[in-house]
Write a protein that binds this ligand. Structure first.
Ligand code: GLA
Length: 384
């Protein structure tokens, strides 16, 4: 009996204390694709600090696909020496010296999605290598996996990381095929719910639509991942990026920027560094927002926050300006339980506009708001 108990207690588990709030960082893929190098990563690390992104909460610098070129005779993964002349330990040390954390990418199949050597059959060996380099975050993809079972494959990676002994956050990138929200809580810290995001308004909104039934599956230490941010990559307007960012924060999504930090306009920096909106994402209650009203081209999203506070995001996703009537008396009582209402009273709260950075003056509690097309309004009910 005792032996069984001990065995269960020492069997592999994920590193529990990581990602109590959704992870924040930067990843190379959305902007740079396979064009990764030591030079680029060093520049991004430097700019993460100098642009104020680190101070706003962004921590991880993650190299996505294409850093690896083969395996040697002992099966060790071989780093592209032309692009990473000093190797990965050097880069990890550099990133750590800036007060940042270091992330890397691999894949459960024989090859990565870009055709580089995958992790299949090398899970324990790779985990030891990554731990030796000082990796803090591992994004693990799902291409070229043939008949593999997702849950046992990722559990094996978790066990390998556990055996290697370094706390490494596990980002499951399986695209939502096997409904990872149903099994991945014990395995990883976040899981992709959907296929790849694209830097287009309709693609971003299509991803949002698929998050509507998933709020119950996320919480501190385990998050739904609607994919990395496209904010600043050029395919949407600034208004649309504001919407994209606000919605990801309402979803308690991992905030992994994917733009060129060396070439960031003041407008884009203001979006990515809006601390009042980031605070919704990073709220310690760890509740994912839910869609409270869906009128087709107008939606209201609500996110419960610690200390009985609440965030509201109004979304005009039609192609025209809209005038909407908003009753804050109703919104403060809104509940994710269809059959009941919260007992909160508007009189106990201030209402703050998190993009205007100011308190609302509400005479009656109900106001009419003009919303440009593809825009949001984000409010926080703050306890008086
Ligand atoms: C998949 C992932 C992307 C990226 C690429 C790399 O498509 O979903 O986020 O990692 O692979 O090849």
């Amino acid at each position: 009996m005792i032996a069984v108990f001990l065995y269960l207690n020492t069997s592999a588990q994920k590193f529990d204390q990581l990602a109590k709030t959704p992870p924040m960082g930067w990843n190379s893929w959305n902007k740079f694709g396979c064009n990764v190098s030591e030079k680029l990563l060093v520049q991004m690390a430097d700019n993460m600090v100098s642009s104020g992104m680190l101070n706003a909460g962004y921590q991880y610098i993650v190299i996505d696909d294409c850093w690896q070129v083969g395996r040697d005779s002992t099966g060790e993964i071989v780093v592209d020496k032309d692009r990473f002349p000093h190797g990965m330990k050097y880069l990890a040390d550099y990133i750590h010296s800036k007060g940042l954390k270091f992330g890397i990418y691999s894949c459960a199949g024989t090859k990565t999605c870009a055709g580089r050597p995958g992790g299949f059959g090398h899970e324990y060996q790779d985990a030891r290598t990554y731990a030796g380099w000082g990796v803090d975050y591992l994004k693990y993809d799902w291409c070229n996996t043939s008949t593999q079972d997702a849950k046992s494959t990722y559990a094996n990676v978790r066990d390998a990381l556990h055996a290697a002994g370094r706390p490494i956050l596990l980002s499951i990138c399986e695209g939502g095929i096997s409904k990872p929200w149903e099994w991945a809580k014990e395995v990883g810290h976040l899981w992709r719910t959907t296929p790849d995001i694209k830097d287009r308004w309709d693609a971003m909104i299509a991803i949002l639509d698929k998050q509507k039934d998933l709020a119950a599956y996320a919480g501190p230490g385990y998050w739904n991942d609607p994919d990395m941010l496209e904010v600043g990559n050029g395919g949407m307007t600034s208004e649309e990026y504001k919407t994209h960012f606000s919605l990801w924060c309402m979803l308690a999504a991992p905030l992994i920027a994917g733009n060129d930090l060396m070439d960031m306009s003041p407008e884009i920096a203001e979006i990515l560094k809006n601390r009042e909106v980031i605070a919704l994402d990073q709220d310690t209650l760890g509740k994912q927002g839910y869609c409270f009203r869906d009128n087709g081209d107008y939606e209201i999203w609500i996110k419960k926050l610690a200390n009985n506070e609440k965030a509201v995001c109004l979304l005009n996703h039609s192609d025209e300006e809209k005038e909407v009537q908003v009753d804050f008396n109703v919104l403060i009582k809104s509940s994710d339980d269809y059959w009941s209402q919260d007992t909160y009273k508007l009189a106990d709260y201030k209402v703050r506009d998190l993009w205007e950075h100011k308190e609302m003056k509400l005479d009656k509690g109900s106001i009419s708001i003009k919303m440009p097309h593809h825009s949001v309004k984000v409010f926080r009910f703050i306890k008086k």
